[in-house]
Design a protein around this ligand. Structure first.
Ligand SMILES: Nc1nc2c(ncn2[C@@H]2O[C@H](COP(=O)(O)OP(=O)(O)O)[C@@H](O)[C@H]2O)c(=O)[nH]1
Ligand SMILES: [Mg+2]
Length: 382
C-alpha cells in the first residue's frame, strides 16, 4: 500500500523541477521581446527613427567586428602554448556563468495550473478526496507561483509542503485510545455502524480478541437481526474467542438486543460491550432511523464507523453521511491489505474531522493495526 501515492508525490515534484525552468525562461523572454516591439511600430516617424537607429547600430557592430578581427589576429600571433593556457582558464568561468543563468526559476500561474492537473489526476486515482486536493493546490500555489526559486530546490519545497499538510490532516483529529478508555470506564459501550459488507462483524471479533489479550472482558451484541446468517457469524466468533454473546431472533428490535447486552455487562461487571448492527445504505431511511434508536437506547460511549478502504470516494461519502445522520466518534478502515492506493485513509479523517483508530489488514484476528499517522507519512515518502 501507498507505493502509488509515494510515486505520485515524488515524481510530481521532480517533474515540476524539470519542466518549469526551461519553458518558463523561454516564455518570459518572448513576452518581454513582444512588449518592446509593439510600440516601435506604432507610427511612421518612430519607424524612421528606428531605421536610423538600426543603421547606426549596424555600423557600430561592423566596426566592432573589424576591431575584434584585428585583435584575434594579434592573439593568434602569440605563442600557441600561452593561448592554450588562457583558454583553459577562461572556459570554466564561462560554463559556470551559463549554468548560473538557469538555476533560478519562476513558475507562472498558467504553468502551475498545467502541471497541477497531472498531480490532481493521480491523487484522484489514488482515492484522495477533492477537498484535500483543493487544499494541496492552495498550499502549493502559495509556495510556488511567481516566486523566485532555486531550480534545485523546487522538488524539496513541494515535498516539505506536502509533508506538512498531510501531517496536519492526519494528526488534527484527537486520537482515541480504546484500551485506555476501557480501563477507565466500565462498561465501555461501543456501537459499530457502516454499510453492508465493510467488515463490521469481523472488526468486532478482532477488537474482542484485542481486549481479551489485554485482560479486558467483553460481551458481543448481535444487533444485526436483519441480514441472513448475521447472528450465526457473530456467534461463530463468540464461540471461538469464548466471549459472551447476547442475541435475539431475526427481525427482533436491535435496540433491545443492544440494551440487554449493556445490562448484562453491568450485571456481570464486564469491561466492554461491542454492538454489531445491520448494514445501512445511505438511501435506506428506515434502517438509519433504527440505528438512531439503537444509539438512543444503548447510550454508547463511542460510535465507530467501519469503512472499506477499497471503496474509494464512496468511503468519503459514507463517512460524511453517517457523521451527519448518526454522529460518529471515529473510524476504522478495513481491507487495507488489499488497498494499493491508500487515499481513503487520508480522506476519511479529513472529511469527518474524526480520528482513524485502527486499520484492518486481513481476515484473521491479529490483522488489526493501531493507526499510526507518522508511519503512514513515512510510507508515502513525505
Ligand atoms: N482482506 C480483508 N478482508 C476483510 C477485512 N475485514 C473484513 N474482511 C472481509 O470482508 C467481508 C465482509 O466482512 P463482514 O465483517 O461480514 O462485514 P459486515 O457486513 O460489515 O459485518 C468478509 O469476507 C471479511 O472476511 C480486512 O481487513 N481485510
Ligand atoms: Mg455483519
Amino acid at each position: 500500500m501507498f507505493e502509488k501515492l509515494k510515486k505520485t508525490f515524488s515524481s510530481w515534484g521532480k517533474k515540476v523541477e524539470e519542466e518549469a525552468t526551461p519553458k518558463e525562461k523561454k516564455k518570459l523572454f518572448v513576452r518581454k521581446a513582444t512588449s518592446e516591439r509593439v510600440p516601435r511600430a506604432s507610427s511612421r516617424a518612430e519607424g524612421e527613427r528606428e531605421a536610423k537607429k538600426q543603421a547606426r547600430a549596424e555600423a557600430k557592430a561592423q566596426k566592432k567586428a573589424e576591431r575584434e578581427a584585428k585583435k584575434a589576429e594579434k592573439i593568434k600571433a602569440k605563442a600557441a602554448k600561452q593561448v592554450e593556457k588562457e583558454k583553459a582558464k577562461e572556459e570554466p568561468t564561462e560554463k559556470k556563468s551559463i549554468f548560473a543563468g538557469i538555476t533560478e526559476t519562476k513558475i507562472s500561474e498558467d504553468k502551475f495550473e498545467t502541471l497541477f492537473e497531472d498531480l490532481e489526476d493521480e491523487l484522484l486515482q489514488n482515492n484522495v478526496s477533492t477537498a484535500i486536493i483543493d487544499k494541496i493546490k492552495e498550499d502549493l500555489q502559495k509556495q510556488l507561483v511567481d516566486k523566485s526559486l532555486k531550480r534545485s530546490e523546487v522538488a524539496n519545497i513541494i515535498k516539505n509542503s506536502l509533508s506538512k499538510l498531510i501531517h496536519e490532516i492526519l494528526t488534527k483529529p484527537k486520537q482515541i485510545d480504546l484500551l485506555e478508555l476501557a480501563k477507565t470506564k466500565k462498561p465501555l459501550v461501543i456501537l459499530f455502524v457502516g454499510v453492508n459488507g465493510v467488515g463490521k462483524t469481523t472488526t468486532i471479533a478482532k477488537l474482542a480478541k484485542m481486549f481479551q489479550d489485554n485482560k479486558l472482558s467483553c460481551v458481543l451484541a448481535a444487533g444485526d437481526t436483519f441480514r441472513a446468517a448475521a447472528i450465526e457469524q457473530l456467534e461463530y466468533h463468540a464461540k471461538k474467542l469464548k466471549v459472551k454473546i447476547i442475541k435475539h431472533k431475526y427481525g427482533a428490535d436491535s435496540a433491545a438486543v443492544a440494551y440487554d447486552a449493556v445490562e448484562h455487562a453491568k450485571a456481570k461487571g464486564l469491561n466492554v460491550v461491542l454492538i454489531d448492527t445491520a448494514g445501512r445504505q445511505h438511501a435506506n431511511e428506515d434502517l438509519m432511523a433504527e440505528l438512531a434508536k439503537i444509539k438512543r437506547v444503548s447510550k454508547p460511549d463511542l460510535v465507530l464507523l467501519i469503512v472499506d478502504s477499497l471503496t474509494g470516494n464512496d468511503a468519503v461519502e459514507q463517512s460524511k453521511f453517517f457523521n451527519e445522520k448518526i454522529g460518529i466518534d471515529g473510524a476504522i478502515l478495513t481491507k487495507t491489505d488489499a488497498d494499493e492506493r491508500g487515499g481513503a485513509i487520508i480522506s476519511v479523517g479529513y472529511e469527518t474531522g474524526k480520528p482513524i483508530l485502527y486499520l484492518g489488514k486481513g481476515q484473521t484476528y491479529k490483522d488489526l493495526e493501531k493507526f499510526d499517522a507518522e508511519k503512514l507519512i513515512k510510507k508515502i515518502g513525505l
